[in-house]
Write a protein of this length. Sequence first.
Lengths: 216, 216
Amino acid sequence: MYRLYATKGSGNCFKPFVTMCQLGIGFDVLEVDVLRGETRSDAYRAINPAGAVPYLVTEAGVGVGESNAMLWLLADGSELMPQTALLRAQSLQWMFFEQSRLEPFISPARFLGRIAPHLGVGREADIIAWRDKASAGLAVLDAHLSNRAFMLGDRYGITDIALFGYVHVSDEAGIDMHSFPNVAAWIERVRQTPGFVPLSALCDRARPFLADEHAA
Amino acid sequence: MYRLYATKGSGNCFKPFVTMCQLGIGFDVLEVDVLRGETRSDAYRAINPAGAVPYLVTEAGVGVGESNAMLWLLADGSELMPQTALLRAQSLQWMFFEQSRLEPFISPARFLGRIAPHLGVGREADIIAWRDKASAGLAVLDAHLSNRAFMLGDRYGITDIALFGYVHVSDEAGIDMHSFPNVAAWIERVRQTPGFVPLSALCDRARPFLADEHAA
């Protein structure tokens, strides 16, 4: 059984979570509250010295960081994996694109604009700049999805999950998704895939990390 | 035969280059001069609309971007690939770490501090901040390499190549490598692997892109 350390509402944490749900992999999930500073606590750093979420621990006790890397472990040998070397390279091309051209802009614009607006006071110019950069990345994605059902063609897989994590909350970052109709249609297609669960399911299922550690 | 579009001195471009050299894969390489703005030229954007290097084109004419993604195509089935799902996930964990915690800081500190210092005038505070952030990433890497010959253990592979690209030019970014003795020792071990070629070999081998296109 896997254990996932995650923070509610995080697009990165959602990726391994939905993958395990869709593949029927057994796991439990502990909520590490970023807003309360729990990722910087001694208790959490004893588990993941990098102090980041998500963090996935295997049954053998091996920890894996980086959300997109987790997908390659969880989906190995499943129908969610790209099936050829070229498709695997194209999958990774999009995953690195996501981590450099989308996530670094959608995530802070959403966090400071919506999740913790008291921290965003005085950062309005940054938030606008992040929205613009995210929109440039979304335009590339929209063009790519103009003639494909899913990221690599007809077949849903981990590339879609990696991109979906933050792209599907772009509206919460203040981005008008009407500008990206192909992305909006793809978001709906992903939501219809077998076993899909929404981001809110992570909150419903997680137990508090620090409470758990105190009880242990 | 593959075709690689690359810029001299680029740690990202070096990754697919040295991989093809070490695996004996046939390729040619065209030099796209970033300093002359050739990546933004119409001729280059007709090949790679993203206007970025490196860019790898397969014999079938399929283009692949993102240096680390290229390694998964080029090394597929070879001894440079991680051999289990867990090792593949750990490899990707380090590749995403490289692209978020090392490359974004080593690359601009080196570019503005060394390669194009006229562009770095007035950016001294940024350069110092980038060096500090790169050093924090190098400290994580140094701890990891304290008890391993290579990134994933005893065996050299694409994870080493991905990290080596920028880490081995950290000194050119103004970082004192004496602070990271395990990293420095690993750099020497990588240089001793079969078929290794230095960064300068890319320049020796490349033909100019625009001259090529004009001749075509």
